[in-house]
Design a protein around this ligand. Structure first.
Ligand SMILES: NC(=O)c1ccc[n+]([C@@H]2O[C@H](COP(=O)([O-])OP(=O)(O)OC[C@H]3O[C@@H](n4cnc5c(N)ncnc54)[C@H](O)[C@@H]3O)[C@@H](O)[C@H]2O)c1
Length: 267
């Protein structure tokens, strides 16, 4: 096994499923020792076991990214085994029915939904950066997972969209504050990626509309996002920092007529 991340140590959050699991697997396949961090122990263990079964090196870490102490301990555990961190992919977000599913009309929004969304999606990314910067002695690469929801409004999910938009500003601050230390920070903003979480979180109508919004016949897969994340974390992207890379099969590149026509002509 050899590749762009030989000898590097990577930490991926929300890596127990979906996009994070694919990104952890890609970084490991290209040579990184990977910390597979998730709130759900079973998910983190499954991803780590699957990486090891393919000959890679991975350590499962159970951690709530919104908790300062837990993040500090998880990063310390990884560093005890692997010495440092070179790559951080902060990707965890709360997408369950109790929070994302209740992120609807603002007039009736439960403030707890807003707060938990911000705690996990935004504070979680900040805590990962806070505790990872000190263990990146030779510089490094960070990627934060945002969303096209950061760049366009919707009739639902204002808390989620606001948290993802804040991540784009945070990305530029991290890039600015730590560029001189050789730490790059970029964001990826995917449109719909058909992970089990996305399929659970969206109604059939919402899914159909999101499919109709694409310009290309194909949706982005978890592997498409993993390819972009791996590129951004690699030396091939050594001059890229503070940027947002939209990966959306053309979703944001047009005005609504296109989607309306496709919606009307759906089978
Ligand atoms: N799937 C999509 O369509 C899509 C589109 C745009 C952006 N995204 C973003 O991509 C990322 C991954 O999404 P996904 O579809 O793979 O979802 P997912 O639910 O499969 O992955 C998210 C992971 O984060 C973990 N997590 C949740 N709260 C956590 C916490 N407090 N601490 C640690 N881990 C926690 C979950 O257990 C889960 O394994 C998210 O940031 C999401 O907002 C997804």
């Amino acid at each position: 096994m050899s590749g762009r991340f030989d000898g590097k140590v990577a930490l991926v959050t929300g890596a127990g499923s979906g996009i994070g699991a694919a990104c952890a697997a890609r970084l490991a396949a290209e040579g990184a020792c990977v910390g597979v961090l998730d709130l759900r122990t079973a998910g983190a263990r499954a991803t780590a076991a699957s990486i090891r079964a393919r000959g890679g090196t991975a350590m499962a870490l159970t951690c709530d990214v919104s908790d300062d102490k837990q993040v500090e301990e998880a990063v310390a555990t990884l560093v005890t085994s692997f010495g440092r961190v070179d790559v951080l992919h902060s990707n965890a977000a709360v997408l369950d029915h109790g929070v994302y599913g209740r992120d609807r009309e603002l007039e009736t929004l439960d403030v707890a939904v807003w707060d938990r969304t911000m705690e996990v999606n935004l504070r979680g990314a900040m805590l990962m950066v806070k505790h990872t910067v000190p263990v990146m002695p030779d510089g490094g690469a960070m990627v934060l997972t945002s969303s096209v929801s950061a760049l366009a409004g919707d009739t639902v999910h204002a808390a989620y969209g606001a948290s993802k938009a804040a991540l784009l500003g945070f990305t530029r601050y991290v890039a600015t504050m730590y560029g001189a230390r050789g730490i790059r920070c970029n964001a990826v903003a995917p449109a719909l990626v058909l992970t089990p979480a996305a399929e659970r979180a969206l109604t059939p109508d919402q899914l159909a509309v999101k499919q109709a919004e694409r310009l290309l016949p194909w949706a982005c897969s978890v592997d498409d996002v993993a390819s972009l994340v791996a590129f951004l974390c690699s030396d091939e992207a050594r001059c890229l920092t503070g940027q947002t890379l939209v990966i959306d099969s053309g979703t944001l590149a047009h005005r609504p007529q296109h989607a309306v026509e496709r919606w009307r002509s759906r089978p």
